[in-house]
Design a protein around this ligand. Structure first.
Ligand code: NI
Length: 168
C-alpha cells in the first residue's frame, strides 16, 4: 500500500508468448502461494500491466472455500449479469492486517485473454466473483479501501440531499 503501481491504471498487455509475460505469470503464482493469497494482480508485485492470477487447491486464509482452478486473466473486462449486490469480508495482501465488508456484484461475466493471447469468457458468482472483482480493481489503481470511502461518500451525499434537496 502506498506504492505508485497500486495507484495508477495498469497498461494493457500487447505482446504474448514472451519470456517476460511467462516470468510475470510465474512470479504472480509464486508470490500468491507464498502469501496464501486467493488472487494477485501484477501491480501488487510492482508491474503495471493488466494481468491477474487466481486459484488454489486449499487456502488457509479461506479454509471453507472450494478449490479454484489456477487461472490467468490478461486485459480483463467485466460485465455484471444482474443487479444483485452482496457484501463480503475482504482483505488484501497489499493492505496487511485490515479487513472490511465490501459490496460488489454477485454474478459477473469476465472477458479476458489467456497468456497466449486467446480470448475466453468466464461467468462466476460467490467468493470467486469477489476475488476477480477485487483483483481487477488493482488494475484500475483501486484498493478495497477506496470502495469503502466512496460508499461512505454516497451515504453522506444522500444524507445531505435528504435534509436539503439540491435546487435547480
Ligand atoms: Ni488485493
Amino acid at each position: 500500500m502506498g506504492h505508485p503501481c497500486l495507484q495508477q491504471p495498469a497498461a494493457p498487455v500487447t505482446a504474448f508468448d514472451t519470456p517476460e509475460l511467462q516470468t510475470l505469470v510465474a512470479d504472480l503464482f509464486d508470490t500468491m502461494a507464498a502469501e496464501n493469497g486467493a488472487g494477485l494482480a501484477a501491480p501488487q508485485i510492482g508491474v503495471s500491466l493488466a494481468v491477474v492470477a487466481f486459484g488454489f487447491d486449499v487456502n488457509p486464509r479461506y479454509p471453507d472455500a472450494e478449490p479454484v482452478p489456477r487461472t490467468v486473466l490478461v486485459n480483463p473486462g467485466i460485465t455484471p449479469l444482474s443487479d444483485e449486490m452482496e457484501e463480503g469480508w475482504e482483505g488484501c495482501l497489499s493492505v496487511p492486517g485490515i479487513f472490511a465488508d465490501v459490496t460488489r456484484s454477485n454474478d459477473i461475466c469476465v472477458r479476458a485473454l489467456d497468456r497466449t493471447g486467446q480470448p475466453f469468457e468466464l461467468t462466476t458468482d460467490g467468493l470467486l466473483s469477489v476475488c476477480v472483482q477485487h483483483e481487477m480493481d488493482h488494475l484500475d489503481g483501486l484498493l478495497f479501501l477506496d470502495r469503502l470511502v466512496s460508499r461512505r461518500n454516497d451515504l453522506f451525499r444522500r444524507k445531505v440531499y435528504q435534509s436539503e434537496p439540491p435546487k435547480g
